[in-house]
Design a protein around this ligand. Structure first.
Ligand code: ZN
Ligand code: ZN
Length: 273
């Protein structure tokens, strides 16, 4: 069983699962190492009705205690999923100097003042015309590129094509090739900066039938020389931990990868797929 490096608990506004339940689920699966990565989307109040921030001190203290308690059964790494927003650049750069994180996911959940989850992102902007989400998706990738260029405060780029989970047409008309000019740039920036790309298996549970990102983007990353790759379920409930990891492993092997990456004290460690 691959190590799950994207797991949420009740420290995240959209999960009710106590940390212990996620840890116990991983142990049952025979997982040797897990990283808890709760949401911290600082500066998004007013853009959504939930508070997607944690108190970093309380959060990391809780993770440290549990890591100690469970050390004989599973290695628990302390992670966080940071929402990347350029206007919060100073805050985020300062924050990462103060938190004892093993691993930081950089994610794009909010674009142009909108929650990508919210249909308003697609309609208020006039992006979505019947039959295509192309403009909204293009905007999402453009914003993601700008952010990976701007930020160094993360280790792995979370769910690169996250927007297809929530677009009105979802992935019905989504072809990565239509955006590959921008996506290629994102992948090249990650490689140049020594950042990981995440293979996020949640696309399966959302009924999309693929990982985030799509297999052809993972393949392209490999072709471009990308080696740093983390794997995460984005599980918010115990039965979602390690979800679809067998499929992910097959996909990654098929793309040419032989190793994936875990992080300890923000340093990548390669493990065999
Ligand atoms: Zn996310
Ligand atoms: Zn997540």
């Amino acid at each position: 069983m691959l190590c799950d490096f994207h797991v949420h608990t009740d420290f995240s506004a959209d999960s009710k699962t106590p940390i212990r339940d996620q840890i116990e689920a991983a142990i049952k699966l025979g997982m040797k190492e897990i990283c808890i990565t709760d949401h911290h989307d600082y500066g998004t109040s007013g853009m959504c009705h939930l508070d997607y921030t944690v108190d970093p001190v309380t959060y990391f203290a809780a993770l440290k205690d549990l890591a100690e308690e469970y050390r004989e059964k599973i290695q628990i790494r302390s992670g966080i999923e940071l929402g990347l927003m350029i206007r919060e650049k100073e805050y985020l750069n300062e924050l990462v100097k103060t938190i004892p994180a093993d691993f930081i996911i950089g994610s794009n959940h909010f674009i142009d003042g909108y929650d990508v989850f919210d249909k308003k992102f697609y309609y208020d902007n006039g992006y979505t015309v019947p039959g295509t989400d192309h403009q909204a998706y293009h905007r999402f990738f453009e914003a993601s590129l700008e952010r990976v260029k701007t930020f160094d405060c993360f280790d792995s780029l979370g769910h690169l094509d996250y927007v297809v989970r929530y677009g009105p047409e979802k992935n019905a008309n989504y072809r990565p090739a239509d955006y590959m000019d921008v996506i290629d740039e994102i992948l090249k920036v990650l490689i140049t900066k020594g950042k990981s790309l995440e293979c996020n298996t949640a696309g399966f549970k959302y009924g999309l039938g693929h990982t985030h990102p799509y297999e052809e983007i993972l393949k392209r990353y490999h072709e471009l020389g990308g080696e740093l790759l983390t794997v995460g379920s984005d599980g918010h409930r115990p039965h979602e931990v390690g979800g679809y990891f067998d499929q992910a492993r097959e996909i990654l092997l098929n793309c040419g990868f032989r190793y994936y990456t875990v992080y300890r004290e923000r340093k990548p460690v390669f493990l065999e797929l």
